[in-house]
Design a protein around this ligand. Structure first.
Ligand code: C2E
Ligand code: MG
Ligand code: MG
Ligand code: MG
Length: 285
């Protein structure tokens, strides 16, 4: 790839830009092979019912273990995957792997929800090709996972573009029985009217509002307001980024029923997630 730029192009790059560009090319080169080399891994983070501590779901979060670069986190490569279109096969792999895992848990007597992230450009790329629904259908059929156990996490930005087709697609997904949640809620620029227009099940309060909930009166006000609104609209509410007991105590006093964050568990590999689940089931009995 680097060669294609041609020798003369180098004069337009400062040394910093040059090395950033080189890093990007290297990343892209490796990412193209990541699926084939089986370098992608899913970790799972519990979603917990606040009043009894039971795990009701797991969010699948992708990691990339590259032989040359080590562990690469999603924030470092999802954007690149979107730009290159690699997000389509990678996204299908994530869905497939997560549903397969959730089906295994279901068969083991631990039927919990699996939450899978769909990024904005991933959603619209799929949608342009009328593929998203097909991919979801195929994966459900192949893995035999109950549709109610799958939740797709979308962002507010998805709800702002191509409103009519987006609404169609989400309605069709919803008709399969699959749940839809809005990730990082409160950080986007969309209007609240989408909350009644779209077939949503869950809002996830962004962790930036939860972080200083114990000390910042504005954050408390925002979380209280979102909680009350979600309750009225009959939407489930998950607080992201719960890191300590005092945050949990505040959330417990609100109409926020579910939490996710390091306080309960970091995202962990499938084996460890299974162990957490077994523990949670025992605790319930
Ligand atoms: P997200 O969907 O909002 O996921 C939550 C992020 O917050 C995760 O970062 C998680 O590790 C982190 N987190 C969880 N609990 C805590 C906490 O208590 N404190 C703090 N400070 N952070 C916490 P991660 O795994 O690095 O993922 C970052 C983002 O990358 C995700 O944000 C999601 O938007 C995206 N992503 C991850 N996996 C996928 C995927 O399979 N497909 C797509 N399209 N995007 C993905
Ligand atoms: Mg998410
Ligand atoms: Mg989030
Ligand atoms: Mg996010």
């Amino acid at each position: 790839h680097a060669k294609k730029l041609g020798k003369n192009n180098y004069q337009f790059f400062t040394p910093e830009m040059n090395s950033a560009a080189q890093h990007y090319l290297k990343l892209e080169h490796h990412l193209r092979q990541a699926l084939e080399l089986e370098e992608l891994v899913l970790h799972y983070q519990p979603q917990v019912k606040i009043d009894n501590g039971c795990i009701i779901g797991m969010e699948a979060l992708i990691r990339w273990h590259n032989h040359a670069m080590g562990i690469v986190m999603p924030d470092q490569f999802i954007g690149l995957a979107e730009e290159t279109g690699l997000i389509v096969p990678i996204g299908a792999w994530v869905l497939q792997t997560a549903c397969k895992q959730a089906r295994a848990w279901q068969l083991a007597g631990m039927p919990i929800r699996i939450a899978v992230n769909l990024s904005g450009r991933q959603f619209h790329r799929f949608q342009d090709q009328r593929q998203l629904l097909d991919v979801v259908l195929d994966v459900l059929k192949e893995t035999e996972l109950s549709p109610e156990l799958l939740e797709l996490e979308i962002t507010e930005s998805i709800l702002m573009h191509k409103l009519d087709t987006t609404l169609d697609t989400l309605n069709q997904i919803k008709q399969l029985g699959v749940r839809i949640s809005v990730d990082d809620f409160g950080t986007g620029y969309s209007s609240l009217s989408y909350l009644k227009r779209f077939p949503l099940d869950t809002l996830k309060i962004d962790k930036s509002f939860v972080k200083d909930i114990c000390t910042d009166a504005n954050d408390r006000a925002i979380v209280s307001a979102i909680s009350a609104m979600a309750g009225q609209l009959k939407l489930e509410l998950v607080a992201e980024g719960v890191e300590d007991q005092s945050q949990l105590d505040f959330l417990g006093g609100q109409q926020c029923n579910y939490g996710q964050g390091y306080f309960f568990s970091k995202p962990v590999p499938a084996e460890q997630a299974s162990a957490l689940l077994r523990q949670s089931v025992l605790q319930k009995q």
